[in-house]
Design a protein around this ligand. Sequence first.
Ligand code: ADP
Ligand code: MG
Length: 202
Amino acid sequence: MNTHPKYERTLVIIKPDGIQRSLIGEVIGRYERVGLKLVGIKMLIPTPELIEKHYTLDPEWRTKTGLKTIKGYTDKGLTPPDTDPLKITAVILKNLINYMTKGPVVAMVWQGAHAVEIVRKITGGTEPLTSLMGTIRGDFVLDSYRMSDVDGRAVRNIVHASGSPKEAIDEINHWFRKEELFDYRLIVEQMLYDVDLDGILE
Ligand code: ADP
Ligand code: MG
């Protein structure tokens, strides 16, 4: 595989709430307009096994997500539901399986320079209460850890996006078969990546 940054790929899933909020076109448009290339897409209703494996592909996920949740509470001067990050993620994982299997999702693979970081920037931070305006999670949803925890459910934030290049590779292999991904050229890539910009003048 070529290691030039333009070949980087990332996984995006429009979650059941994104589909129900009629945001498929909006979400796709935001990744498209920055210059990323869609190289795989499908709709499916995930099984509980698919979701559990997806979130535990990274052995560190339980600890990282628990710590991020604790920080989300303490930064606002609130007391987290538990001091043990693993106890917090046990509950989050159960709620996530419930959330992600409730209806169809759209799974996609986007390719382009720094795809993982660019997609995370466009997507915004995990908790919609603090995700920045201009991001998908900041613009289209109003959930918080505090509210989702009180109601015993996962935080609804419209899309999933891989957190790192390593996570992206594992997640793409988990969701897509090789034949479902396409290597092709977009005309606009010449403007994004071509070194000399020849071919503009007649
Ligand atoms: P991200 O989706 O931004 O990568 P994580 O990987 O940390 O975030 O968590 C996966 C998903 O689990 C989040 O997108 C969100 O739907 C849910 N989630 C994470 N933390 C919490 C929490 N404290 N309470 C409820 N749901 C959570
Ligand atoms: Mg994540």
